[in-house]
Design a protein around this ligand. Structure first.
Ligand code: TRP
Length: 335
């Protein structure tokens, strides 16, 4: 108990809008597993953020449970981590309202993700899309999270969270911890198999650029066989000149734990074709136990329910402490 309070807090979340990709596994979740030893960890399924873009209700529900199963299958132990569904902890939305009164219209209009998503969803530029960063700030600040493991594309959101927290603190005293984006040292940055200049993304399921945790081995192999390579024939890490091959080297390294230089010498003199097969096979073997375990868990709805109920109860308890403090600070009458 004593020790728990001195541990720093980590919070991260992923929207359950698609299947989890090899990129989110190697780049994020796999690295979250060990953090539980040193930090108090909260992992959230961001279903409330998901509806800023239209979702099919049945699909959102299915994907949320699927993602929960995948988190656990990937090694996140629900006993050691608090895993929960965002909409089960209403304090996030409540804090989000308060914070929205301390977030400026101008700064929200400058958010890159808002500009990108507005361009992509021109027929549905809803207010939720606009205030998305405020809800995310609430997700983070309500646990007084110290560190937020996120990809580069989310750094701006962590920055604005700090700005909002700082603004609030400067008026009311030290209420919020200022969080920092956290990129685990070992995290791989997995790029698309078709457009290796871009990060692997679940929106690329159709083009073959992305592999997901639940894909069948034959589909994984097919995608690696078709992976884009570069001119020349050398298997050498050079992200600028050889983005395709470098991405494959990175993936193989993350799957096998071998250094880039070892991989380069193992494959010196060999062709791209052989190399792509080897990477595909390594990915199949890395994902196989995760997929099998996820399928087993998905079949056990009762177990999944205990996990998310438990997670919600723990998260609510902690979230309520901070929310009450904030309500008091801003002058709401306590009930
Ligand atoms: N915005 C994040 C993404 O799109 C998901 C997210 C929601 C999140 N709330 C969060 C990530 C809080 C970290 C912390 O990937």
């Amino acid at each position: 108990m004593e020790q728990q309070q001195t541990k720093k807090t980590i919070l991260s979340g992923i929207k359950p809008t698609g299947t989890l990709t090899l990129g989110s596994y190697l780049g994020a979740i796999k690295n979250w597993v060990e953090l539980a030893n040193d930090y108090e960890c909260y992992y959230m399924l961001a279903d409330m953020h998901a509806i800023t873009v239209r979702q099919d209700p049945a699909e959102l529900r299915r994907r949320t449970l699927e993602q929960l199963a995948q988190y656990i299958a990937a090694g996140l132990d629900p006993e050691k981590n608090t895993i929960f569904i965002q909409s089960h902890v209403p304090q996030h939305a409540e804090l989000s309202w308060v914070l929205s009164c301390y977030a400026m219209f101008g700064e929200m209009t400058r958010m890159t993700q808002f500009k990108d998503k507005s361009a992509k969803n021109a027929d549905n530029i809803n207010v939720g899309l606009f205030t998305y960063p405020v809800l995310m700030a609430a997700d983070i600040l309500i646990y007084n999270a110290d560190l937020v493991p996120v990809g580069d594309d989310q750094r701006q959101h962590v920055e604005i969270t700090r700005d909002i927290a700082q603004r609030f603190n400067s008026i009311y005293g030290d209420v919020f911890t200022l969080p920092e984006a956290y990129v685990p040292k070992t995290g791989a940055r997995v790029m698309s198999l078709q457009y290796p200049e871009n990060k692997m993304s679940k929106s690329e399921e159709d083009t073959g650029g992305c592999v997901s945790i639940l894909d069948k081995p034959e589909d994984i192999m097919r995608r690696f066989k078709r992976a884009v390579t570069d001119s020349g024939s050398e298997i050498r890490f050079d992200a600028k000149e050889k983005p395709g091959i470098s991405n494959l080297i990175q993936i193989l390294s993350a799957c096998t734990g071998r250094a880039f230089s070892e991989i380069e010498s193992d494959f010196s003199g060999k062709g791209y074709g052989d190399f792509k097969l080897a990477v595909g096979e390594a990915v199949v073997e890395t994902l196989r136990p995760v997929r099998e375990e996820a399928e087993k868990l998905l079949a056990d709805k009762t177990y999944l329910e205990t996990v998310y109920r438990d997670g919600a109860a723990r998260a609510q308890r902690r979230a309520q402490r901070l929310l009450s403090k904030v309500y008091k600070k801003v002058g709401f009458v306590a009930l």
